[in-house]
Design a protein around this ligand. Structure first.
Ligand code: HEM
Length: 420
């Protein structure tokens, strides 16, 4: 690293390549250096300003007068013209509705989404989540070794969000495939030919969500989608068909890819430290705080985005108007000004819940209660049914090449069959 911000302007940019294998496999040493030496810097390669301290990230999330969420879903690298054409020709017509809007557009859509995604709906999912977890553990964690991602964490969150939205189970593989592709499109870097394929898949997927919204408007059922299309705003208007389909399109990604990574990161981290795993096996009441702590320590959304509305100064660094910002959530969560011994996973940490893994403010993750529920139930059932689980030693971890959604592609487990 060569640069330090001493005055009003970053003198040079520190090394920052969020797609490099080393960064993807462990970004935390970089985060620590940025916090210490260049908490606000410009990355010319990405054309983003990078914020790494807790207070700055928190402010960018909360201060809707100064910061816009308009770029939250934009491709990090603009799609090639052929991919853009494939989206257009395929009928893709998502409109900024929720994640990438500002008040008052956001306020209206979020009010409707909140009314449809209720605490009651989440609570009602617990028996279903538990039944799925038990079934997957008992049928797939057999014979003394398994890949946790293939056996459980890849599929369970998808089945859960599908149940919530009212989508048939048989579409799970298709949706999971489609969403990995979308992650690459929005948060990654791909070759031109691959971009075109992904764009075609996204357009097909878009048409699917439009059909779902139309179907539930015509024939409402007892599911989130029906509530979403029926709930009215303060002027007595429902979401337009395009807006409703956009929210569904978003949930079919946000609703499981993130949770797959949460489950995998949580199990990995708890097993890496045997004493933590044993404590959790002995004392299930520790689980909720342990989940908060793992969300802090190893969040499944490690970077999020905002842009400035006007020129501003952050920690003395001048940032122009309309500048793209990368909010390093993973770094904010390890900020030593907020969390004591931040590099230690401490499931008893009193302020673990102050993490920014779900964002904060008006865009605070809609699905946070569901994600927490899934993690708690799955880890609880694992501690109860497979207390002898261990990580296969020295396994290599690989991470998908995108800047935001982070979790290992596989997690190899072993256990003594006699003790399970
Ligand atoms: C571990 C799991 C999850 C993580 C780490 C996560 C993280 C996030 C983050 C960082 C944001 C952006 C906040 C902001 O812009 O201020 C967000 C927004 C959102 N999340 Fe999640 N999420 C998770 C699970 C879920 C689930 C299960 C759902 C749906 C059931 C969901 C739905 C959403 C929606 C709809 C938004 C946009 C809310 C808005 O703009 O008002 N997320 N999430």
């Amino acid at each position: 690293m060569t640069a330090v911000n001493t005055g009003s302007q970053a003198s040079a940019s520190p090394e920052f390549d969020p797609f490099s294998p080393a960064f993807l496999s462990d970004p935390y040493p970089w985060f620590a250096r940025y916090r210490a030496e260049a908490p606000v810097f410009y990355s010319p390669a990405l054309d983003y300003w990078v914020l790494s301290r807790y207070e700055d990230v928190r402010t960018a999330f909360r201060d809707t007068a100064a910061y816009s969420a308009g770029n939250a879903l934009s491709p990090v690298q603009p799609p090639c013209p052929r991919a853009a054409a494939a989206l257009r020709d395929g009928g893709f017509r998502a409109v900024p509705t929720l994640t990438n809007t500002d008040p008052p557009v956001h306020t209206r859509a979020r009010r409707i989404a909140n009314a449809a995604f209720t605490p009651r709906l989440v609570a009602r999912m617990e028996p279903f989540v538990r039944e799925l977890a038990v079934h997957m553990i008992e049928t797939r964690l057999q014979g003394g070794h398994a890949d946790f991602v293939r056996a459980l964490s890849w599929e369970l969150p998808a089945l859960v969000i599908f149940k919530v939205l009212g989508v048939p189970d048989e579409d799970v593989p298709r949706v999971k495939e489609g969403s990995s592709n979308r992650l690459l499109f929005m948060f990654g870097r791909s070759e031109e030919e691959r971009q075109v394929q992904i764009a075609e898949g996204m357009a097909a997927f878009w048409r699917y969500t439009e059909e779902l919204a139309t179907d539930r408007r015509e024939q409402p059922r007892d599911d989130f989608t029906s509530s979403l299309v029926q709930t009215l705003d303060l002027e007595g208007q429902p979401l337009s068909q395009q807006e409703a389909a956009t929210v569904l399109f978003g949930l079919l990604l946000a609703g499981h890819e993130t949770t797959t990574n949460l489950l995998t990161n949580a199990l990995r981290r708890f097993l890496e430290q045997r004493t933590i795993w044993e404590e959790l096996c002995a004392e299930p009441a520790l689980m909720p705080n342990a989940i908060e702590e793992v969300l802090r320590y190893d969040p499944s959304v490690v970077i999020w985005r905002r842009k400035t509305k006007a020129a501003t100064r952050i920690r003395g660094v001048e940032v122009p108007a309309d500048a793209n910002l990368l909010l390093l959530i993973g770094s904010a969560n390890r900020d030593e000004e907020v969390f004591e011994n931040p590099d230690v996973l401490d499931i008893h940490r009193a302020n673990a819940r102050d993490h920014l893994a779900f964002g904060i403010g008006n865009h605070l993750c809609l699905g946070a209660p569901l994600a927490r529920l899934e993690a708690r139930v799955v880890i609880e059932e694992l501690t109860r049914r497979r207390p002898g689980l261990r990580l296969v030693p020295d396994q290599p971890f690989t991470f998908h090449p995108n800047i935001s959604f982070r979790g290992p592609a596989s997690l190899l487990l072993e256990w003594e069959t006699a003790s399970t």
